[in-house]
Design a protein around this ligand. Structure first.
Ligand code: SF4
Length: 279
């Protein structure tokens, strides 16, 4: 893999990038080549605001009131050097109100579903994980919404929790497995359990962390790092993996594979309905 990197080039992998590489590689290549700047919108911003508000609420001395926490979170992020700072300082009043409402919904659901977290449970919020490999040429990075518990000696004890809105999705399980791998490398002891907590459903989906799970995640991560380096240098052709995501792909207007897949799908299902981007 290092042969595909320039001497001053590193690879950084996050859960989002892993899932993009294992999705349609042609879409990833098209997006990386696109001059379109990243634009913040309310649907993109609401999760980050909600997570910040939950983080504040877990450590809040008094009763955690959702909208008060959202206001504090928005004010805090507007003051700091964050990718949302500019948006929060320039967005319209309508966007601000919509953001407050959407984030408030998530925060209210969290505090409806979770008991007050006792210090003895060792709650940790928005915890950054960094693992450097191959002399720092490959960096794995994650940010965990919430962890509870801690390893005791060589006995696993930590539970890693990702807060999710919407319906369960297999990609969420992959995200958590990646976090489990990072924690295992970083701490030396794997977490005991990983869990996606679905705020809209009010329930969690858990998975025990096993050797097999970690082995599979290592293979998935190494494969992604290799493919990313080779794709960026042009050593391999990107693989097309058409799916419903073709509807929102920037390459769709010129992608024959994606257009053919969507046409087949529309013919098979008669479905021309939802054209909105779920992200
Ligand atoms: S339109 Fe579909 S197949 Fe084509 S690049 Fe985009 S996601 Fe991939």
């Amino acid at each position: 893999m290092l042969d595909d990197l320039a001497p001053d080039e590193d690879v950084q992998l996050s859960k989002h990038l892993l899932s993009r590489i294992h999705g349609c590689e042609a879409r990833l290549v098209a997006e990386e080549a696109s001059p379109e700047p990243f634009t913040v919108t309310v649907p993109i911003a609401r999760g980050t605001i909600a997570h910040k508000a939950v983080e504040l609420g877990i450590h809040w001395p008094g009763e955690p009131l959702p909208l008060a926490l959202v206001d504090e979170a928005m004010a805090s992020l507007a003051r700091t050097d964050h990718w949302l700072t500019d948006f929060l300082n320039t967005c319209s009043e309508a966007d601000r109100a919509e953001l407050r409402s959407a984030a408030g919904d998530r925060v209210a659901k969290f505090f409806e579903c979770f008991p007050r977290l006792e210090p003895k449970w060792r709650p940790v919020t928005e915890s950054t994980q960094i693992v450097d490999l191959v002399g720092g040429r490959v960096r794995l990075r994650g940010k965990v919404d919430l962890t509870l518990g801690v390893a005791r000696g060589s006995t696993a004890g930590k539970v890693v929790i990702d807060l999710k809105t919407g319906a369960p999705n297999a990609a969420h399980r992959d995200d958590l497995r990646f976090y489990a791998l990072l924690d295992t490398i970083r701490v030396g002891i794997p977490p005991r359990l990983v869990a996606s907590f679905y705020l809209d459903l009010g329930e969690s989906r858990t998975e025990a962390v096993t050797e097999g799970l970690l082995d599979a995640t290592v293979a998935r991560t190494v494969d992604a790092a290799r493919r990313l380096a080779a794709l960026r240098t042009g050593a391999v052709e990107p693989v097309f993996r058409p799916s419903y995501a073709c509807r929102w792909c920037i390459a769709r207007p010129t992608c024959a594979v994606g257009q053919a897949w969507l046409a087949d799908e529309a013919e098979a299902t008669g479905d021309l309905a939802d054209q909105s981007d779920p992200t």
